[in-house]
Every structure is written in C-alpha cells, then in structure tokens.
Design a protein around this ligand. Structure first.
Ligand SMILES: NC(=O)c1ccc[n+]([C@@H]2O[C@H](COP(=O)([O-])OP(=O)(O)OC[C@H]3O[C@@H](n4cnc5c(N)ncnc54)[C@H](OP(=O)(O)O)[C@@H]3O)[C@@H](O)[C@H]2O)c1
Length: 264
C-alpha cells in the first residue's frame, strides 16, 4: 500500500486545484495512491495540472466555474462518472478579490457571497446527498482562512463571507455525524502560492518598498517567521481525510505558523 495515511484507492474530489493549495492537496492524495478528480475554471490551466499530476497517479480534470450552478451539477456528475462515487471531498474556493470594506459595492458583495457562501453550501449538499444515498462514510474538508477568526482588512469580503464556511462545517458535521460522515475545516495563514506572491507585489507597490522588504514585513507578523508551504497544508488535509482523525469532526484547524492571536 502506498503512503502513510491509508488512503490508497479512495475516491477524492478537489476543487480549485489547477495551482496553489488545491493542486498541492491533489498531488498529496495521488502520492497516497488515491484516485482524484481536480477542478478549476480555466481549461488550459486545469489540463496542464492534470498532465503534470498524471505522472503521480490516476487523475481526471473537470472544467467548471465554482460560481455557476450548472457547472457544480456537472462537476458532481462527471466526478461520479470518473470515480464511481466520492469518499473524500476537499473544497477549495477561488480567491476573493482584494479590497477594504468601504471599497466594495453591491455587485462585489453579491459576487463574494456567490463564491464563499452559496457555492460551498450547494456543492456540499450535492456531495452529502451522494454519500448518504450510497452509504459512504466519507470525509469533507473545507479550506477557509484565518480570516474566519480574525478579519484581514485588505480582503474585507473574505472576512465577512468566508465565515459561512465555519458555519457550514459545524452544521454539516452535526447533521451528518450519525451517518458516519465527518466534516472539518482548515484555516490557512499565509501559504506560499501565486496568490500570496500577488499580495506581496501589491503591498510592495502600495508602500513603495521592495518586494523582499514586503516579504520580510509579512514574515515579521508570523511567529514562526516564514510562509507555510502547500505541502504543509496538504499533510493536515490528509490527516483529516484519513482514519487517523476518526473522532475529529466539526473542527476548524489553523495551519498558520501561530499567526492567529485569538483564543478559542
Ligand atoms: N495562499 C494563502 O496564503 C491562503 C490563505 C488563506 C486562504 N487562502 C484561500 O485558499 C484558496 C486557494 O488559495 P491559493 O493561494 O491556493 O490560490 P491560487 O494559487 O491563486 O489558486 C487559486 C485556484 O482557484 C482556482 N479558481 C479560481 N476561481 C475559480 C472558480 N471560479 N472556479 C473554480 N476554480 C477557481 C484557480 O484555478 P483557475 O484559475 O484555473 O480557475 C486556482 O487553481 C483561496 O480561496 C484563498 O483565498 C489562501
């Protein structure tokens, strides 16, 4: 058996996985010997990701925008066609647009709610119905953010709308517990992905400092003094997906190098 988490042969769906945290999670599952469907909204990028991951194991790409209902319906139908069902569901969202609260108008709030409230809830329901109907004792893992606990003012929509993922995780964990389905969330801090590189570029331009200075300033806010890696997030996802966490459900686990200050 491949891997250390006992996930060989498991049927896994990872959304928003053409790069970054989602891609890292998909790769980690493949290294464990799982069978994986990856999704993103861009055909070229998700096909390139699938080509790269095919060297590791069985992977299928499904193009679909997480903010379009018909794409969500098709994503689940195609995942079931490829894998025969879903044992593990990893929900990664597309990133919210940056900006402070006062910069955001009606359309942007509506867009953010679509991305961070409606999309995960609707997709989770489709997965839950399938797991319940097929008697699968599955695991769901929702990627959210440290903003679920402490807002970051430059991504106001995340601080307001992403909190829904915490409510979704707890609600589903309680409703599905009796069916043997576990539901958990992860709150990443600053993880080294294209998104964080863009945040650093923006900070450097705004503050008129060099990029390396912007990185030093950000690292100064993190007690462990560095960005996290997608592999470090993936290892926690594997743990939550596996039987090693068999009595963990409804948990929201920070993976943030001690960035969060709040207690509880
Ligand atoms: N990196 C961090 O430090 C960090 C910390 C906390 C939370 N997060 C959150 O975690 C999520 C992933 O972050 P990341 O750093 O991995 O971002 P990233 O490197 O920018 O990757 C984002 C992924 O989302 C996909 N995507 C974007 N919009 C989509 C849509 N509408 N439908 C389907 N897929 C979509 C992108 O693929 P396509 O462009 O191919 O569609 C890409 O694969 C984001 O929501 C981010 O806010 C990240």
């Amino acid at each position: 058996m491949r891997g250390t988490f006992g996930l060989a042969g498991k049927r896994v769906l990872v959304t928003a996985a053409s790069r970054g945290i989602g891609f890292g999670a998909a790769k980690a599952f493949l290294e464990e010997g799982a069978r994986v469907v990856i999704n993103s909204s861009n055909r070229q990028r998700i096909s390139a990701a699938a080509r790269e991951l095919k060297a590791v194991g069985e992977v299928h790409a499904v193009v679909g925008d997480l903010t379009h209902k018909e794409d969500l319906d098709r994503l689940i139908a195609e995942t079931k066609r490829h894998l025969g069902g879903i044992d593990i569901f990893v929900y990664v969202t597309g990133p919210p647009e940056a900006g402070t609260f006062l910069e955001k108008g009606y359309d942007e709030w509506e867009e953010a709610a679509e991305l961070m409230v409606v999309s995960p809830a609707y997709l989770a329901r489709l997965v839950a119905l399938d797991m319940v109907d097929s008697g699968t004792k599955g695991s769901m893992i929702f990627l959210a953010s440290v903003t679920n606990r402490e807002p970051i003012l430059t991504i106001a929509t995340s601080g307001v709308c992403r909190i829904a993922i915490s409510g979704l995780t707890r609600t589903l964990a309680r409703e599905l517990g009796s069916k043997g389905i576990r539901v958990n969330g992860i709150l990443p801090g600053y993880i080294d992905t294209a998104r964080v590189q863009k945040i650093l570029d923006t900070a450097a331009t705004r503050k008129r400092i060099s990029r390396s200075q912007a990185l030093r300033e950000l690292e100064g806010e993190i007690p462990m003094g560095r960005l996290g890696t997608t592999k470090e997030v993936a290892q926690v996802i594997l743990f939550l997906a596996s039987e090693l966490s068999s009595y963990v459900s409804g948990a929201l686990v920070p993976v943030d190098g001690a960035y969060l200050r709040s207690v509880g």
